[in-house]
Design a protein around this ligand. Structure first.
Ligand SMILES: *[C@@H]1O[C@H](CO)[C@@H](O)[C@H](O)[C@H]1NC(C)=O
Ligand SMILES: *[C@@H]1O[C@H](CO)[C@@H](O)[C@H](O)[C@H]1NC(C)=O
Ligand SMILES: *[C@@H]1O[C@H](CO)[C@@H](O)[C@H](O)[C@H]1NC(C)=O
Length: 505
C-alpha cells in the first residue's frame, strides 16, 4: 500500500523543473541570510567581549568617603562577576568539605565576631568561591531523617528510608535479607571514584565510623549498628555486619587511601578511658575483642602496600606522605577535640588542617586524580564561641587547601548543613531496637510543634569553585550535589569509555 502511493509522488517531483528551481533559489537565499546573521553575531560577540574585559566606566565624582567605601567594594565584586571564568572542562580531582551543625545565622555571627568591627567584613575563605547552591531539606514530620540517611542522600545521590544507610528505599529498617541484595545497593561517590582509578580519602574530626563517613563505604538497614555491641545476634546471624567492620572488610573501605579521624572505641575493644581521651559511653563501644586497626595493618602487609598507621600528632607530623599509598590515622576514642586554641593536655590529637594537608600529599602521589572528603562539625549544644572557633579554623583549612590546588583541575565544594537531625530523640537500645520518642506531629501541642520546627535542620548551602562548579547555581534537590560530582569527575553514570584511567590503587 505505502509503496504504490510513494511512486507517483517521486515522479511528480522529478518532472516538475519549476519546483526544483524554486527550491534551489530558496536554499540560496537562506544561505545568504545565514551568512549575514553569523556576521552580525560575530560583530556583537566581539563588541560584548570588549566591553566585559575593559574596565567598567563609571562616575564617582564628589562621592563622600562614607559612600565611596561601599561603591569601591561593589565595583570590585562587579568586576569579579563580569570576568568569571566558567571552567566548563571536567575535573581531575575533587575535594568536598562537609560541615554539620552550622546554618546561615551561625555563619553571619561568626563572620561578625571574626571581623571585630572591620567594615566591610572580611570574607570567610569559601565566601570568595564564585558559585553557590542550596539543597532542599527533605526531612519533615512524615519523612524523618537521621544523619546517616541524610549523608547517604547528599553524598551518594539516593535517599534511603529513615535509619537505613547506603541502600535504596526498597530496603526496610532492620531488613538484613533485603540489605544483602545487591540490586538495592547504591554506588557511593567513593566507590565510583575507585572504579575509575581515582585515589580516595576520608578525613574527619568525628569518628571514622560515624554517619557522615560511613555513608561513603557502608550499607546498613539500621544506622545504629555502628559496632559489635549495637548489632543484635539475630542481625549478625542474618548476615548483617556492623559499620566499623565494613570499613575494614568492604571492598570500598579496604581500598580507601586515607582514613583519618577519631573513633578508636568502635574499631578496637576495651580501649583505655582517660580524661584527655574519654570513651563516650553514649555511642558504640566495642567489646568483642576486636582490633580492626591491626586487622587493617595485616591486610596491608598481605597486599604488600606502602602504608602507615598513625596514632597521634607526632606520628602525623613525622610521616612523609609522599612515601605511602595508604594511611590509617585514628587519633581519639571518640571525636577529636577541635578548638583552635587547644589546651596542652589535648595537643596529642592533630588539627583538621594537619590531617587535610597530609592527606593531600598521599592522594597527589603518582595519581590519576583523587576524591577527598573532609568532615567536621559542631554539636547542637555548641556555644557561639565554639562555633566561631570551628568556622575560623575551617576557613584557614579551606584557604590552605585552595592554595595547594589548581582552580582549573580541582573542584572544591564546601557544604554546610544545620544537620541536627532527630537522631538524638530516637537513639535506641541494641536489645529492643525500638523506635522511641519519635515526635508525633498529630498529637503535639502548639508549643511542642513550634519547638520541633525550630530544631528542624535548615537547608544545606554549598560553596563551589573549580571545573563545572557553576552547576551549583540555585535551589536543588538534596541528592543533586552527588550527581554534580559524578558529572564533573566523569564517573558513575557519567563514566567516559574512552578515558580509562587505570586500576584502583
Ligand atoms: C578587636 O578590636 C579591638 C579594638 O578595635 C581591640 O582592642 C581588640 O584587641 C580586637 N580583638 C581581636 C580579637 O582582634
Ligand atoms: C533482589 O531484588 C530483586 C529486585 O527486587 C529481586 O528480583 C530478586 O529476587 C532479589 N534477590 C534475592 C536473592 O532476593
Ligand atoms: C619525602 O620523601 C621524598 C621521596 O622519598 C623526598 O624527596 C622528600 O624530600 C621527603 N620530604 C621530607 C619533608 O622529608
Amino acid at each position: 500500500m505505502e509503496q504504490t502511493k510513494a511512486v507517483p509522488k517521486i515522479k511528480a517531483l522529478r518532472l516538475n523543473t519549476v519546483r526544483i528551481f524554486t527550491l534551489a533559489s530558496t536554499i540560496l537565499l537562506s544561505m545568504v541570510i545565514t551568512v549575514m546573521c553569523i556576521g552580525f553575531l560575530m560583530r556583537y560577540e566581539v563588541d560584548s567581549e570588549v566591553s566585559s574585559i575593559e574596565d567598567i566606566s563609571y562616575w564617582r565624582d564628589g562621592l563622600p568617603p562614607e559612600q565611596q567605601l561601599w561603591f569601591d567594594e561593589a565595583i570590585k565584586e562587579l568586576k569579579a562577576a563580569l570576568n568569571k571564568n566558567w571552567r566548563l572542562q571536567p575535573a581531575r580531582n575533587a575535594i568536598v568539605f562537609v560541615t554539620s551543625g552550622i546554618d546561615t545565622e551561625t555563619m553571619a555571627a561568626a563572620r561578625a565576631l571574626l571581623a571585630n568591627g572591620t567594615k566591610p567584613q572580611p570574607a570567610l575563605s569559601w565566601e570568595r568561591f564564585p558559585h553557590i547552591g542550596r539543597l532542599k531539606n527533605s526531612c519533615s514530620n512524615t519523612d524523618l531523617c537521621d544523619p546517616f540517611t541524610v549523608a547517604s542522600a547528599i553524598l551518594n545521590g539516593v535517599r534511603p528510608r529513615f535509619r537505613v544507610g547506603g541502600l535504596d528505599s526498597s530496603v526496610s529498617f532492620r531488613d538484613c535479607v533485603a540489605a544483602l541484595n545487591e540490586s538495592h545497593h547504591v554506588k557511593s561517590l567513593l566507590e565510583q571514584a575507585q572504579e575509575i582509578g581515582l585515589r580516595t580519602g576520608l578525613v574527619t574530626t568525628r569518628r571514622v565510623t560515624s554517619a557522615g563517613m560511613a555513608a561513603l563505604y557502608a550499607r546498613t538497614p539500621n544506622t545504629a549498628w555502628e559496632c559489635d555491641t549495637a548489632l543484635p545476634l539475630a542481625a549478625a546471624a542474618a548476615g548483617c555486619t556492623d559499620t566499623a567492620r565494613q570499613l575494614i572488610e568492604s571492598r570500598t573501605g579496604r581500598n580507601v587511601n586515607v582514613i583519618m579521624g577519631g573513633g578508636r572505641q568502635t574499631l578496637v575493644s576495651d580501649v583505655p578511658n582517660s580524661a584527655h581521651d574519654p570513651v563516650d559511653e553514649s555511642v558504640c563501644n566495642s567489646q568483642d575483642k576486636r582490633n580492626l586497626i591491626s586487622d587493617w595493618q595485616l591486610l596491608n602487609v598481605k597486599l604488600r602496600r606502602k602504608f602507615a598507621v598513625l596514632q597521634n600528632q607526632d606520628d602525623l607530623r613525622e610521616l612523609n606522605g609522599t612515601n605511602v599509598n595508604h594511611i590509617m590515622g585514628i587519633f581519639a576514642n571518640n571525636y577529636l577535640p577541635q578548638r583552635k586554641s587547644q589546651s596542652d593536655q589535648r595537643r596529642q590529637s592533630p588539627k583538621l588542617a594537619d590531617m587535610t594537608m597530609k592527606a593531600l600529599q598521599v592522594l597527589k602521589r603518582q595519581s590519576n586524580g583523587y576524591l577527598l572528603i573532609v568532615e567536621t562539625g559542631v554539636k547542637s549544644t555548641a556555644s557561639v564561641a565554639e562555633q566561631t572557633d570551628m568556622l575560623s579554623h575551617l576557613s584557614d583549612v579551606v584557604q590552605q587547601t585552595v592554595a595547594k590546588i589548581s582552580e582549573d583541575d580541582t573542584l572544591a565544594l564546601v557544604l554546610f548543613t544545620n544537620g541536627n537531625y532527630v537522631r538524638d530523640a530516637v537513639e535506641s537500645s541494641a536489645e529492643t531496637d525500638a523506635e522511641t520518642n519519635v515526635f508525633d506531629f498529630t498529637e503535639g501541642s502548639a508549643p511542642a510543634i513550634e519547638e520541633w520546627l525550630s530544631n528542624m535542620a535548615t537547608e544545606a548551602l554549598i560553596y563551589a569553585r573549580g571545573p563545572r562548579s557553576y552547576l551549583l547555581h540555585g535551589v536543588h534537590e538534596e541528592t543533586y550535589m552527588s550527581y554534580v560530582l559524578s558529572y564533573a569527575l566523569q564517573m558513575g553514570h557519567f563514566k567516559s569509555d574512552t578515558a580509562a584511567k587505570g586500576k584502583p590503587k
